[in-house]
Design a protein. Structure first.
Length: 242
């Protein structure tokens, strides 16, 4: 089940206007070119920004997400007709034999149990062609990013077409081992509505992630730094053996 931020239509509609700076996607698009990918599976595609970007460059893109409201936003974007949109959990991916599978943003961290993460990696393995690659990012737990998840440091205000002024912020609600929970609050100025979205992320270390990929039959080729958040994230590049 997707978080309310992605599943509630009113919140899905304002996702992009509240986070318009997606320079982080440039590194992933560049890797698609670096690896010579022609077919891409975008896992947890959300509102489809990355999928549409790749499709606009002539790639064959399948984009999957469990949140119907986010997919509805995605399908209305320019170039969306070039993308195959799939409403599905990441454990039930289409077996497209992709050259490249991606999980951008915090997607890899939403799978909080070992069993769920293993099932996702198994589905990715089946969806890749032999020699195909999986690329994803995950925050380094040693950096304790959650220490900045409070109203003072995350408060934003934006005036959004058709929605009016919106205020939003995050509050840390719990840390239990490698699980970090937080609540995002949205206040709509047009009618005073207050909506919230509760989320939990799993912070896995570099070694744990590498071991999980190996267990799923994927070979870790490289771990890079995230260019938009240097020193804060791991960017894993793993390959399905030929």
């Amino acid at each position: 089940m997707a978080d309310a931020h992605f599943e509630v239509p009113r919140l899905a509609e304002i996702y992009d206007p509240l986070d318009p700076d997606r320079r982080d996607l440039g590194a992933y698009a560049a890797m698609a070119g670096e690896f010579g990918a022609r077919t891409v599976l975008d896992i947890g595609c959300g509102t489809g920004t990355f999928a549409c970007l790749l499709a606009g460059r002539g790639l064959e893109v399948t984009a999957a997400d469990p949140a119907a409201a986010s997919l509805e936003v995605a399908r209305r974007k320019p170039g969306a007709g070039r993308v195959r949109w799939v409403h599905a959990e990441a454990t039930a991916l289409p077996r497209v034999q992709a050259d490249l599978a991606t999980m951008t943003g915090n997607v890899a961290q939403v799978f909080v149990t070992d069993e769920e993460w293993a099932a996702v990696l198994g589905a990715v393995h089946e969806a890749l062609r032999p020699g195909g690659r999986l690329v994803f990012e995950s925050r380094d737990p040693a950096q304790q990013a959650w220490l900045g998840w409070n109203r003072d440091q995350t408060y934003r205000r934006a005036v959004i077409p058709d929605a009016g002024p919106v205020r939003t912020w995050e509050d840390l609600t719990g840390v239990e081992g490698s699980l970090v929970s937080f609540r995002t609050t949205f206040v709509f100025g047009s009618d005073g509505a207050v909506l919230t979205s509760d989320s939990t992320l799993r912070f896995r270390g570099r070694g744990e992630l590498a071991d999980s990929l190996t267990a799923a039959g994927l070979v870790v080729d490289e771990v890079r730094d995230a260019p938009d958040r240097p020193g804060l994230e791991f960017v894993f590049i793993a390959r399905k053996a030929a």
